[in-house]
Design a protein around this ligand. Structure first.
Ligand code: HEC
Length: 153
């Protein structure tokens, strides 16, 4: 190794060990993080359209409404459509023209309540303050879920 390279290399090693690298504190988007957001293990901020005040974090947990189960209202059917790999398919939703989701569109839906076919979702679906990274994590997670709602083991 050439002698002049060493100080630079040392600086890189130091920066790495001091946690100054670009990855520090910035875990990349992942399906695991997406699952934590979906199930409420990681809290999210959401409110009803037209309202200023955020709803309690427990109320805006995606799986509360998007997952069938005894905790959901009066019946065992899910209150809201399943969130799984089918989102990536060009399908007609809410009688609109066929359109597919992607990570970017998912962010837009969560922030504005407007779906990929430009149809406004019902007010029951909260609007979220969500980072691009968290949207991407949710998207990775949904792509992993086979249609029918069951996550892989
Ligand atoms: C309080 C209940 C509730 C919560 C909490 C909720 N949703 Fe929804 N969501 C709905 C309802 C109801 C709809 C259907 C709206 C419609 O068809 O107009 C919906 C629709 C959607 C759609 C459109 C699905 C499709 O097939 O086009 C997406 C995407 C979505 N929600 C994502 C989420 C995510 C992600 C979270 C958590 C961060 C979440 N929702 C939390 C009630 C909820």
């Amino acid at each position: 190794m050439k002698a002049w390279l060493r100080p630079g290399l040392l600086a890189v090693c130091l920066a790495g060990s001091l946690g100054l690298g670009p990855a520090h504190g910035q875990a990349p988007a992942s399906a695991a993080a997406g699952e934590a957001l979906y199930t409420g293990r990681m809290p999210m901020t959401g409110k009803l359209r037209g309202h200023e005040v955020a709803l309690p974090a427990q109320v805006v947990v995606c799986s509360n409404c998007h997952e069938a189960g005894p905790s959901v209202g009066r019946s065992s059917a899910a209150y809201a459509p399943p969130l799984d790999a089918q989102l990536a398919q060009r399908l007609s939703r809410r009688q609109g023209p066929p359109a597919a989701y992607n990570a970017e569109v998912l962010c837009k839906v969560l922030r504005t309540g407007v779906d990929p076919a430009l149809i406004v979702l019902s007010q029951a679906m909260p609007l979220f303050e969500i980072s691009d990274k968290d949207c991407a994590s949710l998207w990775h997670y949904f792509l992993q879920r086979p249609p029918g709602g069951k996550a892989p083991p």
